[in-house]
Design a protein around this ligand. Structure first.
Ligand SMILES: [Zn+2]
Length: 133
């Protein structure tokens, strides 16, 4: 067992009751309904990258030039999009808004201060201003 795995295990123990214990970029489960795209596991995807569904949604709709609506666990996008494109955007989101730019750990949080957004790393203490969506 390597160090990362041990850390994940420790995290799991603490957060055993939360829907997604360990950090993970899940692949979206998507299908098309007419001209729309439905992501059935959207809430879980957001939970596992430790961000609010609203924030992730805002990023995705902008990047994918689509409008979107959260319904229960699902996200409904107004355009026909491939799961591959959506997964790529989620990775981009994680790199920009979740992973620490310095130590690359996902133990970070977003804070808003005086109208600016900051990504703060709980692992190494790095704090960087990030672009608002
Ligand atoms: Zn860090």
């Amino acid at each position: 067992m390597n160090y990362e795995t041990l850390l994940d295990k420790a995290y799991e123990n603490v957060k055993a009751t939360v829907e997604c214990g360990r950090f993970e970029i899940l692949k979206v489960k998507g299908h098309h309904e007419g001209t729309r795209t439905v992501i059935s596991n959207f809430m879980q995807v957001a939970m596992c990258v430790r961000r609010t569904p609203e924030h992730l949604l805002k990023f995705l709709t902008k990047e994918l030039a689509s409008s979107g609506e959260i319904k229960g666990e699902r996200l409904i996008l107004s355009r026909r999009l491939s799961s591959k494109d959506i997964n790529e955007k989620i990775e981009k989101y994680v790199n920009r808004f979740v992973l620490c730019p310095k130590c690359k750990k996902p133990d970070t949080e977003l804070n808003e201060e005086k109208g600016k957004m900051f990504l703060r790393c709980l692992a190494c203490g790095e704090k960087q201003e990030i672009q608002k969506i």
